[in-house]
Write a protein that binds this ligand. Structure first.
Ligand SMILES: Nc1ncnc2c1ncn2[C@@H]1O[C@H](COP(=O)(O)OP(=O)(O)OP(=O)(O)O)[C@@H](O)[C@H]1O
Ligand SMILES: [Zn+2]
Length: 703
């Protein structure tokens, strides 16, 4: 019973019964390919309502997306729905428009967009039927005692400086859609600008969606938001949504915003799909951050969807960053986005001095230059905190036999295994690609020599060195390993902010957003690793990362300093950093992209195939590449499209699966979209023939 159209919503107005007392519903369910199916109902049901329907031998939850006059197939074959779920308001027309746009743009069936966006309980048959369902998840939640109110005493907002005031006033004055880029150097007080603009939107009775890249940024921000917004919108006006919530917490937040009880939603990328009936503004903080891109399932960019949703709802969207993505910067340069600049730090402090230490001719002590060691010592003596940044977790990236050259390798991946300290005396080898773990061999598996040595260093080893160098210092390590448990990142950051540590060692987790009050020095180790990465966005990302981490220094204390150790001090990235020159770096980057026709001057899609054997993946891609020339409908669009040769991924094998990719490019976004729609429809059948798994990613961030 699949219908003809796989996407596209029909009119929400009931078409009237197909027979007396019988209504036809078009329902989206979470299955691949044709995700819309027709059902009959004996009661009229609105578009946007969830229903339980029979599907094959199962029952599933679906969402009504259309009310056709007649089913697309023989009515005798059409089944009846099982149950109407009316314990939440229907998904609104604008919400469904966004889902439909995302489905079209990212080449996914509508049902695979709509249903995964809902809290689990709202899309689970067992939550509604069976012994334990007790009136359904919404009623169960509503029956429980209300949540403890988390009142935070109101704070006194600082007097905005002139740049902040200009930006906040201009943003708050917008009464229709405009995308505003708030380009503010690190510590320039972008948060205050958001808060002031948001307050005014709330005062007009609207809701605000405030997006941040990562969960570990939310506690600090959550507190300021509660403190600041209580007076305008009442306490309890804030809901928080991120992937670290339990199913119940997520459902609660969803209902609070959908019912309009919560006026502000603070959330990570998934919050772009929150139902907000009175949405009046969307704020995307650190808009350049790659966490806004979902990396599996529907591979959407929450930032891009935010701009789309804002335009669809005709409301302003604010994109804030010290280092905007080149895509967004380009829009600002061409006048497509409004731009406000905060060039000064908000407090009475200057941007930190950035110093490059040329490590080519230096004797390093366990990876540290004498300059960095001296600088750390001085900060500690002055009772300030210092941070050592190294974007590599574990003890050492590889274990090596010094007599035969053996290196520790993952048996399932084309990658080294990383040496980790798993306890006081216990070391393990761990693969960062598939999670595979192995004991550390007592002797070299190749030659039997016992002299196995860790090569290079990760955060654990740096922590160990620092403890030797500065035995008095209280050291905290912040990386994915030290913050694995739920809530532990928030707890660790709380202790750091409370001044319980003198020295911090961390990966990019510490780089973002945090307003450290007592941090005077940032030291950067091994930044060069990213300098020569193949990905064309690597320099942009390195610059952003270093600028962000540098920006943690000297935010409240004077004389902040950043020391970057490098073998390539003359590189453009580093030279721009010394000058804090984002516009210069971005201008240079955009010129380069333009010269070779890369985004934002071209649009891309990436077809990735996975198979047991690389050859199968490559064969599939080669056939996929030939398809268009063989099919007349696709051939027409081909003029504007470039299909590159299929190539193996850099890390070819992960968990015994081999991977290859095919890049599709066009300077014409619409042509690319048209092409992808026809092409992706044909790919599914092809993949079945070749027995490969594949995914098609639009606007890929990594190639
Ligand atoms: N007008 C102001 N007067 C005094 N202090 C201010 C003012 N505005 C903001 N601040 C303070 O300045 C500090 C930096 O602000 P904030 O964290 O918002 O910077 P940011 O622009 O988000 O920086 P980053 O991009 O580095 O995260 C905070 O401690 C904030 O409380
Ligand atoms: Zn592995």
């Amino acid at each position: 019973m699949p219908t003809e159209s796989s996407i596209g919503l029909s009119s929400p107005v009931a078409a009237g019964p197909v027979a007396p007392g019988v209504y036809c519903l078009r329902v989206a369910v979470d299955v691949p390919l044709l995700a819309l199916f027709d059902y009959l109902s004996t009661v009229p049901v609105e578009v946007g309502v969830r229903v339980i329907v029979p599907f094959g031998r199962r029952k599933v939850v679906g969402v009504v997306v259309g009310l056709p006059e007649a089913p697309a197939i023989d009515i005798a074959l059409v089944k009846e729905i099982d149950q109407v779920l009316d314990d939440t308001p229907p998904l609104s027309a604008d919400w469904l428009r966004m889902a439909s746009f995302a489905a079209q743009y990212y080449q996914r069936p509508l049902g695979e967009v709509i249903l995964p966006a809902l809290p689990t309980a709202l899309r689970k048959v067992s939550a509604y039927q069976g012994k334990l369902s007790a009136g359904g998840p919404v009623q169960r939640l509503d029956n429980r005692k209300p949540v403890a109110r988390r009142d935070v005493p109101p704070d006194v907002p600082p007097q905005l400086n002139a740049e902040q005031a200009a930006a906040a006033t201009a943003i708050a004055a917008l009464r229709q859609h405009k995308t505003v880029m708030l380009h503010g150097v690190t510590g320039s007080g972008k948060t205050e600008v958001y808060l002031h603009a948001a307050q005014q939107v709330l005062a007009r009775g609207k809701q605000v969606l405030f997006m941040v890249p990562e969960i570990n940024l939310t506690p600090q921000l959550e507190r300021s938001l509660r403190a600041r917004l209580a007076s305008v919108a009442g306490s309890g006006a804030l809901a928080v949504m991120h992937s670290g919530l339990s199913d119940g917490e997520r459902l609660r937040a969803w209902l609070q915003v959908q019912r309009g009880q919560a006026r502000v939603l603070l959330g990570t990328r998934l919050s772009i799909f929150a139902p907000m009936p009175e949405l009046g503004m969307i704020i995307v903080d650190e808009e350049h951050d790659t966490s806004y891109k979902q990396q599996d399932g529907l591979r959407y960019s929450a930032r891009d969807l935010a701009v789309w949703r804002g335009s669809d709802l005709n409301i302003p969207v604010v994109l804030g960053s010290a280092t905007p993505s080149l895509e967004s910067w380009n829009h600002a340069q061409t006048g497509h986005y409004l731009r406000y600049t905060l060039a000064q730090r908000a407090r009475d402090v200057a941007l930190p001095e950035v110093r490059l230490v040329d490590t080519r001719r230096l004797a390093l002590q366990q990876g540290f230059s004498p300059q960095l060691i001296k600088a750390i010592g001085e900060r500690l003596a002055a009772k300030e905190q210092a941070l050592v940044f190294l974007n590599r977790r574990g003890y050492a990236p590889v274990l090596n036999c010094s007599s035969c050259g053996w290196v520790s390798q993952c048996p399932r991946c084309t990658a080294y295994t990383v040496l980790h300290r798993a306890g006081a005396r216990r070391n393990i080898l761990q693969c960062h690609h598939c999670g595979h773990q192995a004991r550390v061999p007592a002797a070299c598996p190749e030659c039997g020599d016992q002299d196995l040595k860790p090569m290079g260093r990760g955060t654990q080893r740096v922590e160990e060195h620092l403890a030797e160098l500065f035995p008095q210092a209280r050291i905290a390590r912040i990386d994915a390993d030290s913050t694995r448990l739920k809530g532990s990142a928030a707890a660790l950051f709380a202790r750091i902010h409370a001044g319980e540590f003198d020295l911090l060692v961390g990966t990019q987790m510490v780089a973002k957003g945090h307003d450290f009050a007592n941090l005077g020095l940032v030291g950067v180790l091994n930044a060069d690793a990213m300098l020569f990465a193949q990905d064309f966005r690597a320099p942009e990302r390195l610059f952003a990362q270093l600028m962000q981490v540098a920006g943690r220094a000297g935010r409240h204390v004077k004389g902040g300093q950043v020391i970057i150790q490098t073998d390539y001090p003359e590189q453009a990235v580093y030279q721009a950093l010394i000058r804090h020159d984002y516009p210069g770096f971005a201008g240079y980057g955009l010129d380069e992209r333009k010269a070779v026709g890369l985004p934002p001057y071209a649009y891309q899609a990436l077809l990735t195939a996975e198979a047991r054997q690389l050859a199968a993946a490559l064969d599939f891609l080669a056939s996929a590449r030939r398809l268009p020339a063989e099919q007349a409908t696709m051939y027409e669009a081909l003029d504007a499209i470039t299909l590159y040769d299929p190539v193996p991924l850099r890390v070819v094998r992960v968990a015994n699966v081999e991977r290859a990719q095919l890049l599709v490019e066009s300077t014409n976004r619409r042509a690319l979209q048209q092409f992808l729609t026809t092409w992706s429809a044909a790919l599914a059948g092809l993949a079945r023939d070749f027995r490969v798994r594949y995914n098609l990613e639009v606007d890929p961030l990594e190639i």
